[in-house]
Design a protein around this ligand. Sequence first.
Ligand code: MN
Length: 394
Amino acid sequence: MSIIEIPADSLFGRDNLPYGIFTVSAEADSARRVGVRVADKVLDLAVLLGDDVFSAATLNPFMAQGRAAWDSARSRIQDAIAADVADAAIFELADVALHLPVDVADYVDFYASENHATNLGRLFRPDSAALMPNWKHLPVGYHGRAGTVIVSGVDIVRPCGQRKAPQDDAPTYGPSRRLDIEAEMGFIVGTPSKQGTSIAPDEFADHVFGAVIVNDWSARDIQAWEYVPLGPFLGKSFATSISPWVVPLAALEAARVATPTQDPTPLPYLQGTEDWGLDIALEVEWNGDVVSRPPYASMYWSPAQMLAHTTVNGASSRTGDLFASGTISGPEKAERGAFIELTWGGAEPVEVAGEQRTFLEDGDTIAISATAPGVNGQRIGFGEVRAAILPAVN
Ligand code: MN
């Protein structure tokens, strides 16, 4: 038996307790199972709490049990780590491999930052209004490709596709020349909803289990040519990375803030009484240099409004559904969550590790991290989503 030591400044104290899926690196036949991170330890929850649901290879069976089970597990974990913990339940973070935490059901990506939507509108459609007429009436989104959602640490093969710059006569095929990131937060549905019903904004916490960091890799040249009129397709679907630790919604109580003022007032189905803006601070590292600090609190639409909108037509939601916020960009240049904005379409390079850079080059590494206020005045962490760019193979 051992006491779990938690340093006072740990981002993974007893008020965070994110869930993930791990194997033991030194064991060739180590089975995937559910762990909770405490400081720099990973606790095997099947051993710690004795519940079979934690022997599963994804979080889905636990997430499907619903909010009462999530609350109960959280308080049992808090009780367990306040006392001696069986050594068989304790692993060093450095000794485990982390895996995709959820079997992703459907994947939706939104476009909820007014700063990002305005910047992209100016860059993609310089001759029209930056925001489309619908933007302040509904959270704009598209359905992405759930099967290419991958966990942090899996590297990204540069996508190939059709590219056509405005001045070109015809498209050409080849590796993307404008490979970009989108720093986002993602929300994971635990409790499903039936087809033909909808989820009101104030029912958000009954359905959403937790949050992860998302990097929505984007090939801007492929995207710019293909997106009219049906939206993003191959410029996005080659890979979407998420962080391995799912921070439970219960850990984000102190991070809840009002969204910015919404004018015009949204339709009633998008109105709730609970604040679900979130004061989450992100940091984007490009080859080791911090190039941006996107503030989630600036997002115009809340995740509760995103889920309400996704289901208002009667579309069901399933355990494992992932919906991402869209690129998070604050009002300042150093708060922009995509390089197309940070470098203004490539016209204003940024200095990265001593070089002038615009879009991603082969061998580059991106790491996006995030923290938020915890309930006891300390900060909690989401960890990071990290990946390197590999050369195209086609
Ligand atoms: Mn996106």
